[in-house]
Design a protein around this ligand. Sequence first.
Ligand SMILES: CC(C)(COP(=O)(O)OP(=O)(O)OC[C@H]1O[C@@H](n2cnc3c(N)ncnc32)[C@H](O)[C@@H]1OP(=O)(O)O)[C@@H](O)C(=O)NCCC(=O)NCCS
Length: 182
Amino acid sequence: MSRDHSIRRLERPDASLYRELRLEALRLHPHAYGSTLEMESAAPIDSFEQRLVSSEVLLGSIGDAPMGIVRFSMPTFVTERHKGMLTGMYVREGARGSGLASALVDAVIERARGRVIFVELSVVTTNERARRLYARHGFEIYGIDPCALKHGDRYFDEYQMTRFLDPPPGWTVPKPPSVAWR
Ligand SMILES: CC(C)(COP(=O)(O)OP(=O)(O)OC[C@H]1O[C@@H](n2cnc3c(N)ncnc32)[C@H](O)[C@@H]1OP(=O)(O)O)[C@@H](O)C(=O)NCCC(=O)NCCS
């Protein structure tokens, strides 16, 4: 990580900043996420506060400038609390290629270690830039969710990717035949 980069967890009083970055991500990259600008711009500020409390949203900054976010969460069902989820990844244009995105992924993995046995994520199959970022951090494709998202009239498939931190003994990530070559 560059000396100018810093990462911190956003807290409840940071809800406006989180909202600003989140709405910007949804506005500029509407097909990269499961949510929509329309839905989240109409949501009350409490819903952003709630997300900061019920999950961990990390802010990446360069100097004093907030430049990226990512969210780490765990399911609420007791049978699923060994899983971590990485969602809502966004790095502002001015910080792309700077290593900040990598620093955010690393920060999620460090937070997850010792708490969950793997971190999973979904990425639209056409989002080559994001897929490569995750692959560089050891995330492997284990499946494709066909027509996972529908934005307007368009359907988008998603890769399901996982990064094991503490695999059960003798276990390997299953490779479905259709994606075994990737
Ligand atoms: C996805 C995102 C967080 C990645 O951050 P970044 O700073 O752009 O990431 P990097 O610079 O590390 O680049 C990632 C990879 O894409 C490659 N890349 C760079 N520009 C690219 C382009 N235009 N097209 C395809 N790949 C590209 C890089 O070479 C790198 O590949 P490598 O790891 O094999 O070298 C950022 O681009 C972003 O916020 N995009 C919009 C929102 C989004 O798609 N979020 C992800 C939702 S799952």
